[in-house]
Design a protein around this ligand. Structure first.
Ligand code: ADP
Ligand code: GLC
Length: 485
């Protein structure tokens, strides 16, 4: 049994903006099942305080750069025995709004202070400085919000080994030198082999420079981030760390309690490979829910996403618009929220084709399950995708994903070429260039194949048979913790 402190800025089902929460709410469970003594640490956001019934204050600590004492609250991750620590600083986290953004949109102005404080609290617990009498052997940090913690603990001889996981290199936590000064971070961290990145403070570099090992969430993304196209100027550092054998890709798994069509109680009718016909009830349910004509032979295209350019939303909208213009038998169902321009364009698309396009702007967990269950195909033409969970949920629900070959999409989706169909490995549709032409051509292939129910059904079965559970990936994390110790 190994003691592991797992630090993340979001954890499902308490607080979620994307896949990081799904991973933080399920990987620790898998590791706990493997017998690890793993504990999670997150900020005590208002949503967490409201959702958790059983919370105790177990320590009060003073941290550098913060005058008020900070409380460490203890609870357990809902529906599990995994201990959860919450960093309680009401002025930083107990407020109305999201974990990173205000309710009306835009980042919180004090995000640097909020996540520097979080990182300092993580470091204090990782170094057993909070009087909790528990010293982890491994500190596992995730994304830029926890990057400084890795830098802070690096100063201590009795520190745990550190793993830093990149879920998305596009978000780095970059701030000015003034912010660095205000945060009271020791000056010796200010150099290009430290936290400085082209004259800015980079939170993520805390993880990239100081961690004993860096992981990212798919093998292909681990290679991609070492290139100019995906590296955002960090490719040199990442290539260097890869050369040291200190960067690797471990594919995410999915929480099979949450995402299994056979037991999912959010959906109209449960189904599995054995009773695949039941999936139809979910297609009818989603068409009825959105007041679309209930038709079985129409291809229902689902999309659930943060509406940001990473996800290729512009490509999707352009191509769907063109296909609807040509009166093809498709319906488009979209759930998402994000950049205003995309929300606006979605509304325009719905206004142009009211009986073929349905949208829900907002965040709705149950509806996400219903769309996964009811759609025939799932659209995810991401420009880059570190792992991507939705294509795996789609595969699990027999909803064939249409993806661009990048990151985790490349590693999980096998294109419906003739050869792959023959050897029964095809489980979706994949294309190369991030262009609307390439996506459009792929959608023609999809529409064509949809006319062949026997081939389609075979692909659904291949998709649903694949094991995307955490079991395999958790073993790889176990092996990594063992190796670095
Ligand atoms: P990312 O983390 O980049 O957003 P992932 O595919 O890894 O992408 O994870 C996205 C997660 O967020 C999935 O669980 C998906 O269902 C969920 N999600 C995204 N947007 C919404 C939304 N508007 N409503 C409900 N769930 C959403
Ligand atoms: C990030 C990535 C996504 C990944 C998720 C969980 O949000 O954008 O691809 O699946 O983290 O690792």
């Amino acid at each position: 049994m190994r003691k592991i402190l797992f630090a993340s800025s979001e954890v499902h089902p308490l607080i979620k903006t994307g896949g990081l929460a799904d991973v933080s709410g399920s990987l620790p469970l898998a590791l706990h099942k493997h017998g690890q003594d793993i504990r999670i640490i997150i900020p005590a956001y208002r949503q967490c305080l409201e959702a958790l019934e059983d919370i105790n204050c177990v320590a009060t600590i003073k941290l550098d750069g913060v005058y008020e004492p900070v409380e460490i609250l203890q609870s357990t991750l809902p529906n599990s025995d995994v201990p959860l620590w919450l960093v309680h600083s009401p002025q930083h986290y107990d407020r109305q709004g999201g974990p990173y953004c205000k309710e009306e949109g835009g980042d919180w102005d004090d995000n640097a202070a909020r996540f520097a404080l979080f990182s300092r609290a993580i470091a204090a617990l990782a170094l057993n400085q909070a009087g909790l009498n528990w010293q982890p052997e491994v500190l596992h940090c995730n994304d830029w919000q926890t990057g400084l913690a890795v830098a802070f603990v690096s100063e201590y001889a009795n520190r745990p080994k550190t793993v830093f996981t990149i879920h998305n290199l596009a978000y780095q936590g970059l701030y000015s030198k003034d912010v660095f000064d205000v945060l009271d971070i020791p000056n010796h961290f200010w150099h290009s082999n430290g936290l400085e990145f082209y004259d800015q403070l980079s939170f993520i570099k805390g993880g990239l420079i100081y961690a004993d090992h860096i992981t990212t969430v798919s093998p292909t993304y681990a290679d991609e981030i070492c290139t100019y196209e995906f590296g955002y100027g960090l490719e040199g550092l990442l290539s260097y760390r890869a050369g040291q054998g200190r960067l690797s890709g471990i594919l995410n798994g999915i929480d099979e309690q949450e995402w299994d069509p056979a037991i999912d109680d959010n959906i109209a009718k449960n189904f599995s490979i054995k009773n695949l016909r039941n999936k139809r009830q979910n297609k009818i349910a989603i068409q009825e829910y959105f007041h679309l004509p209930v038709k079985e032979d129409v291809l229902v295209i689902g999309l659930i996403s943060r509406l940001v350019s990473q996800k290729g939303i512009d490509l999707s909208l352009e191509v769907i618009d063109r296909l609807l213009e040509s009166e093809l038998a498709i319906q488009f169902v979209c759930l998402g929220s994000g950049e205003e321009e995309y929300e606006h364009n979605l509304r325009i698309l719905r206004a142009s084709f009211p009986d073929k396009v349905a949208i829900h702007i907002g965040y709705d967990e149950a509806l996400a399950h219903q769309i996964e269950a009811g759609a025939d195909v799932f659209l995810m033409p991401s420009r880059f995708e570190p792992c991507g969970l939705n294509q795996m949920y789609s595969l699990q629900y027999g909803t064939l994903p249409i993806v661009r070959s990048t990151g985790g999409l490349e590693d999980t989706v096998v294109d419906a070429t003739e050869e792959n169909r023959k050897n029964e490995t095809a489980n979706g549709f994949k294309f190369g260039p991030a262009s609307s032409e390439a996506l459009e051509n792929t959608l023609y292939r999809v529409i064509d194949l949809f006319q062949h129910p026997r081939i389609w059904r075979k692909m659904m079965i291949t998709a649903m048979k694949h094991d995307f559970s955490w079991e395999n990936s958790a073993k790889q994390y176990d092996a990594l913790y063992e190796k670095i110790n």
